[in-house]
Design a binder for this molecule. Structure first.
Ligand code: NAI
Ligand code: MG
Length: 343
């Protein structure tokens, strides 16, 4: 059966890295059909919206979405994010955002002594601090107020925590739950209770509850002590940028957003990188790694493995972009990954 993949290359460095991810997948010669969707900031300037009104139906006609990044200095970031990325995650109910962070051989470590980094973050992806609930009153007046409400539902927390337990069982059997249930007394306390409840069904997984600030410190001081980390939308967002740096840099980090529906979305963790966009120097490996996660989702485990092996092999041989201390261009790295997949 032909895999139908929607491509939202997006803005800035997004299209540059997605081109290399496609090259890598194409090198496998799978039965796969790319459908380019010209959504993003250009669409916004032309039509007033980041994506067309029937975007969700169009998206649902695919098995997966491969996304670059959205965001451009010409449009406020909350408009681009709430016009495309967040509605796709929420309305397709992609509740678990999976972000592996592994320091590959050949990639320079930012930490002295090069400690092992092999973590998997499971970030809640549809509610919490990014629920979109809130409002502003007294606009423009001195007493203006902005209210941003976190929403934690028992069902919403449970499903992502259950997902994290299942992944911990397939890995080293340690699950770290990040909350801030000392200062925040409601949502994160509910979260902690759900973790305990779900733990009862997975007694073989060791669970630890760590306050998010202490966890950020531990990621730097003892990264090898972490396996699977489950966190809320905001905390997962922040911790995974730190995790990306522990695995070399923003350009290395990959993600998968999965949920109840068949369709899932795959994207590098980084944004549109306007500071380096258009120069052909963005690191494409996070995007290629994301494509590997996508192939796993599509049932192409062998292809997924070959893609990741090629990424590991170019890193080991030191063919790196500037962010990792190398001098290769985006396309040079992508071409080499594709060449190694073919051989
Ligand atoms: P960013 O991830 O785009 O950039 C942060 C830093 O990492 C920059 O110095 C950039 O040059 C570097 N970087 C990012 N990707 C890289 C790559 N592939 N290779 C080498 N270096 C790379 O985050 P920033 O600057 O906070 O946001 C820029 C724009 O992207 C904003 O409009 C923001 O809203 C948007 N954004 C979009 C996301 C998405 O679509 N998933 C995620 C994060 C930000
Ligand atoms: Mg982020």
């Amino acid at each position: 059966m032909t895999h139908r993949v929607a491509v939202i290359a997006g803005d800035g460095a997004g299209p540059e890295v997605i081109a290399e991810a496609r090259k890598a997948v194409d090198a496998l010669g799978l039965d796969l059909n790319w459908n380019e969707l010209p959504w993003g900031t250009d669409h916004f300037h032309e039509h007033g919206t980041m994506m067309p009104p029937d975007a969700l139906e169009v998206a649902r006609g695919h098995d997966a979405i491969l996304l670059g990044a959205v965001g451009h200095p010409s449009v406020p970031d909350h408009v681009t994010l709430w016009g495309l990325l967040l509605p796709l995650r929420q309305k397709l109910d992609l509740y678990a955002n999976l972000r592996p962070a592994r320091l590959l051989d050949g990639v320079p470590s930012r930490l002295a002594g090069r400690p092992e980094v092999d973590m998997l973050f499971v970030r809640e992806n549809t509610e919490g601090e990014y629920s979109g609930v809130g409002g502003r009153a007294h606009r423009g007046l001195e007493l203006e107020v902005g209210i941003e409400t976190s929403v934690f539902t028992r069902a919403g927390v449970r499903r992502v925590v259950e997902h994290a337990f299942r992944l911990a069982e397939q890995r080293r059997g340690l699950l770290t739950s990040a909350t801030k249930s000392n200062a925040s007394r409601y949502g994160y306390v509910l979260w902690d209770e759900v973790v305990e409840e779900v733990h009862a069904a997975h007694p073989n997984v060791k669970v630890e509850r760590v306050l998010v600030d202490a966890l950020a410190a531990r990621m730097v001081s003892h990264p090898a002590s972490l396996d699977v980390v489950v966190a809320s939308n905001l905390f997962g967002d922040i911790l995974t940028d730190l995790a990306a740096v522990l695995q070399g840099g923003m350009g290395m980090a990959a993600s998968a957003s999965v949920g109840g529906e068949r369709i899932a979305m795959f994207e590098p963790v980084h944004g549109s990188a306007p500071d380096i966009a258009g120069q052909g120097i963005a690191n494409p490996l996070g995007a290629i790694w994301s494509a590997s996660l996508m192939l796993d989702h599509l049932g192409e485990a062998d292809g997924a493995q070959r893609l990741l092996a090629a990424v590991e092999s170019v890193c080991r041989d030191g063919l790196l972009t500037r962010d990792l201390g190398g001098s290769a261009s985006t396309a040079e790295v992508g071409d080499e990954v594709a060449a190694r997949i073919r051989t």
